[in-house]
Design a protein around this ligand. Structure first.
Ligand code: ADP
Ligand code: MG
Length: 504
């Protein structure tokens, strides 16, 4: 099996340095037992869900996870500038991504290594657990040349595009339902005869509903039909940035030449034009030139043209010249179909009851649905446990509807004291008999898993105990969850209580 089987890795607590007389066989140090590239690939995938594509490409693609231990990971980048930028602007996102993959908070140590070579893998590609080694054939820097190579030379986006087409984002991989049928059909139509049927094509909808997937499917299809098609695919942010630097450098002619000399211009997230008057003006001219030449324009946005703040009337009316269509929230059946498709792509089958649970709980965002599948399959594979409703409930807490507030220490204490018939004062006391110590350890374990409290804070809460006492409790419970069905059951039930809408 490619994954480290250290089940505790999932809770973020590696039992690997715990040699304190435990009967369990001692594992090698965490960094050695875990495939860091594979782990980083999954963290990157989680990051990608939280940042824009170009942000990801700029800051995360070329970083590398170089070390992990009980509480921290080392993230290595090639220069001090990237390190400072990541630390200043993305530390929290990285922490969240790490936690979503590892199951508990980790501290991040940022390091610089000018010699760093990054084994390039496509983080957006689902990890199906078949191959723990990084994709070998792709060079370290996603330069334009790499792009062309990767896609077989001519059949790539124009070099000035700011993304590499995701090989997974094809019409074949897109599940069609009532929510997206029309948008899908429009994209297929445009892919078949660009510039002819709907121009411009304007797809809007909330985040995570498949707009980018559709846009990229369209590009794939056009390139399959004609590898020489000149497609410029940009996020709106890039358009804005290029425009601003062209203005600053007095390069407008070159800028215009680049944007206007294409067969298909795709601008993802065009709502970013909101409140940017000069750029709107420029985009208006770009639009006219392309449109008049019969070239296709495809746009996506989080809202319909008329709802984009301060969007000029003349742009609104032009965006409506072609087809404006919405992707809506997926219905239950579509969610089920997507869940099954996504797990099948990853080489696993979701049991019906697990798929139903996820489809019921995650009802508005396909990206989250997909993230849940990835996490669940990863969790099952890492812990070597079958995919069950219990496992899903255990590992997908944060994917459940957000209206429930995160359980706090007080909630944990309440369910634990109720369950074991002990008092908070007893949990906080120095007493060490098992009737008190065991519930205390359970509470510590839950606190570590559920809250963002540090080991020190948890120790402090339970009568000023040392962080190593908390760590010991967490490790012990992590092991028991694996080995002892009764303890596992207790924890599943406590977790459920903590997640019930009425709170603990
Ligand atoms: P948006 O651009 O609307 O924010 P994305 O296109 O990035 O959303 O979609 C988010 C994730 O959900 C992607 O991984 C995409 O493949 C997946 N996805 C969205 N809609 C579908 C669908 N109908 N079928 C399969 N996967 C989908
Ligand atoms: Mg998108």
């Amino acid at each position: 099996m490619p994954h480290a089987t250290d089940a505790t890795g999932v809770t973020g607590i590696h039992g690997t340095t715990d040699s304190g007389g435990s009967a369990a066989p001692e594992s090698p140090p965490a960094s050695a037992s875990i495939d860091l590239d594979e782990l980083w690939g999954r963290v990157q995938a989680a990051v990608q869900k939280m940042v824009r594509r170009e942000q990801f490409e700029t800051w995360f693609r070329r970083a590398s996870l170089t070390h992990i231990d009980d509480e921290s990971v080392s993230l290595t980048v090639q220069n001090g500038f990237a390190r400072d930028w990541l630390k200043t602007y993305y530390e929290e996102i990285l922490e969240r991504a790490l936690e979503s993959v590892l199951g508990s908070p980790y501290r991040i140590v940022f390091e610089v290594d000018a010699e760093l070579t990054v084994p390039q893998r496509r983080a957006e590609e689902p990890d199906n657990g078949h191959d723990a080694s990084p994709t070998p054939s792709v060079a370290a820097t996603p330069s334009t040349a790499d792009r062309a190579d990767r896609d077989g030379g001519a059949s790539a986006l124009l070099h000035s595009s700011d993304v590499v087409l995701n090989a997974q984002y094809t019409f074949d991989n897109f599940v069609v339902g009532p929510c997206n049928r029309f948008a899908h059909a429009a994209c297929v139509g445009v892919a078949e005869s660009p510039g002819k049927v709907y121009n411009p094509l304007f797809i809007h909808g909330r985040v995570g509903l498949g707009k980018t997937h559709l846009l990229q499917s369209l590009c794939h299809t056009i390139l399959q039909r004609n590898a020489r098609s000149r497609i410029l695919y940009l996020s709106c942010e890039t358009f804005v940035n290029h425009f601003i630097s062209a203005l600053e450098n007095g390069d407008l002619q070159k800028f215009r030449g680049k944007y206007r000399n294409v067969d298909l211009l795709v601008v993802d997230d065009i709502h970013v034009l909101a409140n940017k008057e000069r750029t709107q003006e420029e985009f208006f001219h770009t639009f006219n030139t392309l449109y008049n030449a019969g070239h296709q324009i495809v746009l996506s946005s989080d809202s319909p043209p008329v709802d984009i703040p301060t969007l000029q009337e003349r742009l609104i009316s032009r965006f409506k010249w072609g087809l404006v269509t919405e992707v809506e929230n997926p219905c239950y059946e579509t969610r089920m179909a997507i869940l099954k498709r996504k797990s099948r792509t990853r080489g696993r089958q979701l049991p019906e009851d697990v798929a139903r649970l996820l489809a019921e709980r995650i009802d508005t965002n396909i990206r989250e649905l997909e993230g849940a599948v990835t996490k669940l399959l990863g969790f099952a594979s890492l812990t070597n446990r079958p995919i069950t409703v219990e496992l899903a409930q255990e590992c997908l807490r944060e994917h459940f509807p957000r209206q429930k507030r995160e359980p706090a220490m007080e909630d944990i204490v309440q369910v634990v004291t109720q369950r074991f018939g002990v008092k908070l004062s007893e949990l906080q006391s120095k007493r060490r008999n098992n009737a008190i110590a065991f519930p205390r350890q359970i509470a510590m374990y839950l606190a570590r898993r559920i809250t963002r409290m540090s080991l020190e804070e948890i120790g402090g809460y339970f009568g000023g105990r040392d962080h190593s006492t908390v760590l010991h409790a967490v490790k012990k419970l992590t092991r028991l969850v694996e080995e002892d069905p009764q303890t596992r059951q207790v924890l599943v039930e406590l977790n459920l209580e903590l997640q019930s809408p009425s709170g603990a």
